[in-house]
Design a binder for this molecule. Structure first.
Ligand SMILES: Nc1ncnc2c1ncn2[C@@H]1O[C@H](COP(=O)(O)OP(=O)(O)OP(=O)(O)O)[C@@H](O)[C@H]1O
Ligand SMILES: [Mg+2]
Length: 555
C-alpha cells in the first residue's frame, strides 16, 4: 500500500519536474532549430537568385548583341548586295575576323518566298526553302526572332536569330545560326559544387542546354515553368534521396526561356547544418543530463521521505507504548492501594484461622484436612494477589529513578547468583561473556537488577528445561549494551509487538502477570536507554538493553 504511494509520489515528482524543466528547453531548441532552418533557406535562396540573375543577364546580353549585329547589317547593307553569295561570304568572314567569339555558325539571306538565296557556313544549305519552318512566319510578322533550340536541317542543336529587312515592298530575312554549345558553356559556370546544376529550358520545360545530371538537350525537364513568377523565384523540392533541392528560375529572352539553377541543401552551407546538428546535440545532452539528475534527486528525496516516515512511525509507536504505561502507572497505584487493604485483612484472617487449627478440637475434627488445605489455598492466592499489587505499586513508584554508581557487570553477577539455583534445577546453563573494566555509570542499581531479573526469568521460563542462556556486556561509543540470549522457542512475529504491553502473557494458569517486560520497558526509558528485541521462532530470543554511558559526577 505504502509502496504504491511512494512510487506514485516519485513518478509525479519526476513528471512535474521534467515537464517544467525539459519543456521550455525543448521549445527553445525547436525555436532555434526553426530559425536556423529559415536562415539557411534564405541564404540558399539568395545565393541561387543572385547566381541565376547574373547568368541570365549574360545570356540575354549575348542574344541581344547578336540580334543587334544582324539588325545593323540589314539596315546598312542593301538586299541586292547581300543576296549575292560572294558578298555574304565576305561579310561573314569579316564579321568573324573582327570578333571570333560571336559564336555564329553560319549566315543566310532568305527571300520572301522562303528561299535561301545566299548562304555562308559549313553546311551546304543554299537554295533550301524555309517557307514551311514555323519561325519563317514569325520573323515576317515580328521583325526579329530568336528561335528555341532545335535540330533543323543540320541535325545539330542550334538556335536561329533572324531579322527582317524590307526592300521596296518586299520583305527579306537575314538569318544566322548560333551553336547551342555556346549556351551550354555560359550556364556551366553556374553549376556550383558537386550537386549544383544550371540549364536553360523553354516555356514548355524542354531543355535548351544540356543539364549536368539527368536529361539531354531537347528532352523534357519536367519543370513547370508557370510555377515561377515574374522575377526570379526559388522553389524547394524533396528529391528521391530525401535531400531538399532548391530550384531557382529567371526568365530570359522575353519570357520564352528560363534559366534554371538548382542546388541541394547542405552542399554549400555545410557549416550551417553543422551548427544546427551541434545545437540539437547540445539540447539532447542537456535533456539527458536533466532527466538523470531529476530521476536521481527524486529517488533520493522519496527515499529520505520513506526513511523519515518510518522513523516517525517508530517514534509514534514508542510514544503510544509510553502513554499506555503511564496511564497504567497511575491506575495501578490506585487499584493496588485499594486491593492491598482487603488482601491484608484476608491474609491476616487466614493466618488466624491457621493458628486456630492448631487447637485440639479442630485437630480432632473429621474436616481438619479440608480446613487446612482450604486455608493454605487462600493464603497461596492472597500471596499471588499481593505479588501483583506489589508489582503494580512498584511500577507506579518506580517512575522516578534514583541514581547510584553502577558497575553493570557486578549487578549482572548478583542477579545471576540469585537465579542460578532456579536455572540449575531446570538444567539451564547461564554463560557470561562480560567485557572487562566497563566504566562505572550513573544509574539506578535496584531498577537495573529488576530489569535483568525479568529478562533472565523470562529466558528460563521460555527454555523450560535444558538449555543455555548467554549474557554479554559490551562497551560502545556512547552506551553500554547488555544482551540476554536464550535458545528457547523464540517469539512468534505476530506477538512480538504485544509482549511489552502491560498484562500481556502467554503463561498458563496465572503463572505470569504479563507485567515483567512492560515494567522493564518503562524503567529503561526513564533511565535514558532503550530495549530491543530479536527473535526467530525455533532459534531463540535476544533482548538487548542499551544503557546511556553517563559517568557519575565526582563527589
Ligand atoms: N525469552 C523469551 N522467550 C520467549 N517468549 C518470551 C521471552 N520473554 C518474554 N516472552 C513472552 O512475553 C510475554 C510477556 O512477558 P512478561 O515478562 O511481560 O510477562 P510474563 O513473563 O508472562 O509474566 P511475569 O513477568 O509477571 O512472570 C511472556 O508471556 C512470553 O510469552
Ligand atoms: Mg516475565
Amino acid at each position: 500500500m505504502k509502496e504504491i504511494l511512494y512510487r506514485n509520489l516519485r513518478l509525479k515528482l519526476i513528471a512535474i519536474t521534467l515537464a517544467v524543466s525539459i519543456g521550455p528547453l525543448i521549445l527553445l531548441g525547436m525555436a532555434i532549430y526553426y530559425q536556423f532552418g529559415n536562415l539557411y533557406k534564405d541564404r540558399i535562396e539568395d545565393q541561387i537568385r543572385t547566381l541565376a540573375r547574373s547568368q541570365s543577364n549574360a545570356v540575354d546580353v549575348f542574344l541581344r548583341e547578336r540580334t543587334t549585329i544582324l539588325a545593323m547589317i540589314v539596315e546598312t547593307q542593301p538586299f541586292e548586295t547581300l543576296s549575292k553569295q560572294d558578298n555574304l561570304a565576305r561579310l561573314f568572314t569579316q564579321i568573324n575576323q573582327r570578333a571570333d567569339d560571336l559564336g555564329l555558325v553560319d549566315i543566310g539571306v532568305i527571300d520572301k518566298h522562303g528561299y535561301q538565296l545566299a548562304y555562308s557556313g559549313p553546311y551546304n544549305l543554299k537554295g533550301l526553302n524555309y517557307y514551311q519552318q514555323p519561325w519563317f512566319d514569325e520573323v515576317l510578322r515580328r521583325g526579329k526572332f530568336i528561335s528555341n533550340v532545335f535540330m533543323g536541317f543540320r541535325q545539330v542543336p542550334h538556335v536561329i536569330i533572324a531579322v527582317k529587312g524590307i526592300t521596296g515592298n518586299d520583305p527579306w530575312i537575314l538569318r544566322a545560326t548560333i551553336d547551342s554549345e555556346v549556351f551550354n558553356r555560359m550556364v556551366r559556370n553556374a553549376q556550383v559544387g558537386t550537386t549544383g546544376d544550371a540549364f536553360i529550358v523553354n516555356r514548355e520545360g524542354v531543355f535548351q542546354t544540356t543539364p549536368r545530371f539527368d536529361g539531354v538537350i531537347l528532352g523534357n525537364s519536367g519543370i513547370q515553368t508557370q510555377r515561377f513568377g515574374e522575377d526570379s523565384t526559388v522553389i524547394a523540392k524533396r528529391d528521391e534521396t530525401g535531400d531538399t533541392r532548391y530550384i531557382g528560375g529567371v526568365w530570359l529572352k522575353n519570357r520564352e526561356w528560363m534559366l534554371v539553377i538548382s542546388q541541394i541543401a547542405g552542399q554549400e552551407h555545410g557549416w550551417m547544418s553543422n551548427a544546427r546538428n551541434t545545437e540539437i546535440m547540445i539540447i539532447a545532452i542537456g535533456c539527458l543530463v536533466i532527466v538523470i539528475a531529476i530521476v536521481m534527486i527524486s529517488n533520493t528525496l522519496v527515499r529520505h521521505l520513506e526513511q523519515t516516515d518510518r522513523e516517525i512511525n517508530e517514534l509514534n509507536s514508542q510514544l503510544m507504548q509510553q502513554d499506555k504505561l503511564a496511564a497504567l502507572g497511575k491506575m495501578a497505584a490506585g487499584i493496588a492501594h485499594e486491593i492491598n487493604n482487603p488482601l491484608a485483612v484476608i491474609g491476616e484472617k487466614a493466618g488466624w484461622m491457621e493458628d486456630l487449627l492448631d487447637e485440639e478440637e479442630f485437630q480432632n475434627s473429621e474436616n481438619y484436612k479440608e480446613f487446612f488445605s482450604s486455608i493454605t489455598k487462600i493464603q497461596e492466592h492472597v500471596d499471588r494477589a499481593r505479588k501483583i499489587t506489589h508489582n503494580m505499586l512498584g511500577f507506579a513508584r518506580r517512575m522516578e529513578p534514583h541514581l547510584d554508581d553502577v558497575d553493570v557487570n557486578r549487578v549482572l553477577d548478583q542477579t545471576i547468583d540469585i537465579l542460578s539455583n532456579h536455572a540449575r534445577i531446570n538444567d539451564i546453563e547461564i554463560l557470561k561473556h562480560f567485557t572487562d573494566h566497563l566504566p562505572v555509570i550513573a544509574n539506578d542499581q535496584s531498577q537495573l537488577q529488576q530489569i535483568f531479573m525479568n529478562l533472565i526469568n523470562n529466558a528460563i521460563d521460555a527454555i523450560g528445561n535444558n538449555g543455555t542462556i548467554d549474557i554479554s556486556t559490551q562497551l560502545e561509543k556512547d552506551h553500554i549494551t547488555v544482551s540476554v540470549h536464550d535458545n528457547g522457542p523464540g517469539i512468534p512475529e505476530a506477538i512480538q509487538k504485544k509482549i511489552f504491553d502491560p498484562f500481556f502473557t502467554t503463561k498458563m494458569n496465572g503463572k505470569g502477570t504479563g507485567l515483567g517486560l512492560s515494567i522493564s520497558y518503562t524503567i529503561i526509558e526513564k533511565l535514558g536507554g532503550h530495549i530491543t528485541l530479536e527473535s526467530h521462532e525455533g532459534e531463540g530470543t535476544t533482548f538487548v538493553v542499551h544503557l546511556p554511558l553517563v559517568l557519575p559526577e565526582k563527589k
